[in-house]
Design a binder for this molecule. Structure first.
Ligand SMILES: *Cc1c(COP(=O)(O)O)cnc(C)c1O
Length: 342
């Protein structure tokens, strides 16, 4: 039994999902003729209380398109300093959009008005870059899946509107956040111009992300998707997996969170673990004690058939998901408790 906790992207499609994929009605989506893609896009837009949606191959692409259609070259985007758009998208903000960034610390990645307001560029001062967009990540992957409450988002969004600043959400794991807050996804649309959601993380689809947006941004988004090489043909086979994931795999996310919390508690009790970040959703990040490295720990876990990810020199990440069962949880706990590095 191999236990893969590196990421929630490692899941295999279930038999039910594969059946839905094989049964998909497809067409050439570049001509706008794929019924399954259209169905997925409509479903996502209505789910998030927005008007339009564009299906893309990856969450990196949906983020990069979102930011590009909201900004002009030389603008700045405000975001958390460890955010995926800044840290894990290969420098795309500079390369794709020719923009700069104002990076904020946030409270475990959740940025607030108190931090945002002072760094907004003065539009009347030619020395300063124009702040055109605020990007929020929800959940925050670098901070062990911390999440925003919608009230925090509302405050930022209302403030941004008064300044003429756009709002983007990297909602790769938005449904993990909503599992905890019990908030309604359709309440989110009104606070953003663009929202990116991933179908291939906790939701368990093999491929795909969706950029949900305002109607007047849709054509622009489709144009940039084409430019980026992300316009696909009979993509309905993938969209069908996404529809299946939305229908079947949201309610079960709470199981992933429960298992992640159990892992977190176990880790807290171990002598070779220095600290564990609070486990808010499905991501566990812990630091090993001085003298031990993340690399050494990852290798040792690997020898016990447990795959994990070194997140920094002394930090390790474990992510729970659809294919991580209770039997695997039991085995992981047994291994963790048995390990000793002295
Ligand atoms: C995974 C992830 C993405 C998108 O990644 P892709 O691998 O390109 O689909 C975006 N934002 C966050 C926070 C993520 O964790």
């Amino acid at each position: 039994m191999i236990i893969d906790l590196r990421s929630d992207t490692v899941t295999q499609p279930t038999p039910g999902m594969k059946e839905a994929m094989f049964a998909a009605e497809v067409g050439d989506d570049v001509f706008g003729e794929d019924p399954a893609v259209k169905k997925l896009e409509k479903k996502c837009a209505s789910l998030l209380g927005m008007e339009a949606a564009v299906f893309c191959p990856s969450g990196t692409m949906t983020n990069q398109i979102g930011i590009k259609i909201l900004t002009q070259p030389y603008d700045e985007v405000i975001c958390y300093k460890g955010s995926h758009i800044y840290k894990y998208e290969g420098g795309g903000l500079g390369g794709n959009s020719n923009i700069g960034t104002k990076l904020l610390q946030g409270d475990r990645g959740r940025i607030s008005i108190d931090e945002i307001a002072p760094v907004i560029g003065n539009i009347n001062d030619v020395h300063q870059a124009r702040t055109s967009t605020i990007a929020l990540e929800n959940t925050v992957v670098r901070e062990a899946g911390s999440y925003y409450k919608i009230d925090q988002i509302k405050i930022i969004s209302e403030f941004s509107r008064t300044k003429g600043i756009h709002m983007h959400m990297d909602g790769a794991r938005l449904f993990n956040a909503l599992t905890e807050t019990k908030e309604n996804p359709s309440d989110f649309g009104k606070y953003f111009d663009t929202i990116s959601i991933c179908l291939s993380k906790g939701l368990g689809a093999p491929v795909g992300s969706v950029l949900v947006c305002k109607k007047d941004l849709e054509l622009k988004a489709r144009r940039i998707r084409k430019v980026f090489g992300g316009a696909m043909r009979q993509a309905g086979y993938l969209a069908a997996a996404g529809i299946y994931a939305l229908d079947n795999n949201i309610a079960r996310l709470k199981e992933d969170h429960q298992r992640a919390r159990t892992l977190g508690k176990t880790l807290e009790s171990l002598a070779w673990v220095k600290s564990v970040m609070p486990v808010d959703t499905n991501i566990v990040i812990f630091e090993v004690v001085n003298g031990l490295t993340a690399e050494k720990c990852v290798t040792t876990l690997g020898e016990h058939s447990i795959k994990s990810l070194a997140f920094s020199a002394a930090e390790i990440r474990l992510v729970t998901h659809l294919d991580f069962t209770d039997a695997m949880l039991d085995k992981t706990i047994t291994v963790l408790k048995k390990l000793s590095f002295t």
